[in-house]
Write a protein that binds this ligand. Structure first.
Ligand code: DC
Length: 225
């Protein structure tokens, strides 16, 4: 069973997707971390972020692994990048990288392989529209830009990485939303059959409960088919 969770930055996707996966005993995949890992590798080697052979080669040839260096670790080409992909530089670099069609093709292929082998909660921007248009359950999370910026701010303070200037975070978030929603390949749009949840005034637990209830209902229906 595939639960697709899409939505803009700071809508609470990662937090609730992780918890929902745990409650459902499903695997969890953060596809944003994959785009971030490619962006980080490109930045590190001074590779053109706007596309080109070198960038595409990273996405095609350097395997991205989750958990190889500890439970929540992310690595690319055998190099651990768990914290390195959460910096301000990567926040900025990841938009052009994720707009490159060949990079998307390479990562989507990996995401489909992972999703076909197990029950999974997969979160990103295009899971319900492109990666798994036939996902059993599609959730689209939203929240006001101010709420989302505040969440990112708290997250950065807690982690000790990224910007701690809330105004700057809000401006960057609005710019990234505009870029992600207007790019030609797989823009951030809500799938027609997605359930929209506005998380602005909901607690994390309330959102997780909603998703788990919906997933369990779908699971029961699938079993009886
Ligand atoms: O969810 P996030 O902020 O970690 O995502 C990082 C970037 O990757 C974001 O700018 C959008 C992009 N992304 C994407 O284009 N498609 C996905 N499935 C996941 C993320």
């Amino acid at each position: 069973m595939i639960v697709a969770i899409d939505g803009p930055a700071g809508s609470g996707k990662s937090t609730v997707a992780k918890l929902a996966a745990h409650a459902l005993k499903f695997q969890y995949l953060d596809t944003g971390a994959m785009y971030r890992a490619v962006a980080y590798r490109a930045l590190k080697d001074g590779i053109d972020l706007e596309g080109g052979e070198d960038l595409i080669a990273i996405a095609k040839n350097e395997p991205i692994e989750f958990g190889a260096f500890g439970p929540n670790s992310v690595s690319i080409g055998g190099m651990e990048v768990t914290d390195a992909i959460r910096t301000r530089e990567v926040d900025v670099a990841v938009s052009p990288v994720s707009a490159c069609p060949e990079v998307r093709d390479a990562l989507v292929e990996q995401q489909r392989v992972i999703g076909k082998s197990t029950d999974i909660v997969m979160e990103g921007r295009d899971i319900g529209t492109v990666v798994f248009p036939n996902a059993d359950l599609k959730i689209f999370l939203t929240a006001s830009p101010q709420v989302r910026a505040h969440r990112r701010f708290e997250q950065n303070v807690l982690r000790g990485i990224g910007s701690t200037d809330e105004k700057e975070i809000l401006a960057a978030l609005i710019a990234r939303d505009a870029y992600d929603s207007s790019r030609e390949t797989a823009p951030l749009v809500q799938a027609e059959d997605a359930v929209e949840i506005d998380t602005s005034r909901l607690s994390i637990d309330e959102v997780v409960d909603k998703i788990v209830d919906l997933a369990q209902a779908v699971h029961a229906r699938l079993k009886h088919q």
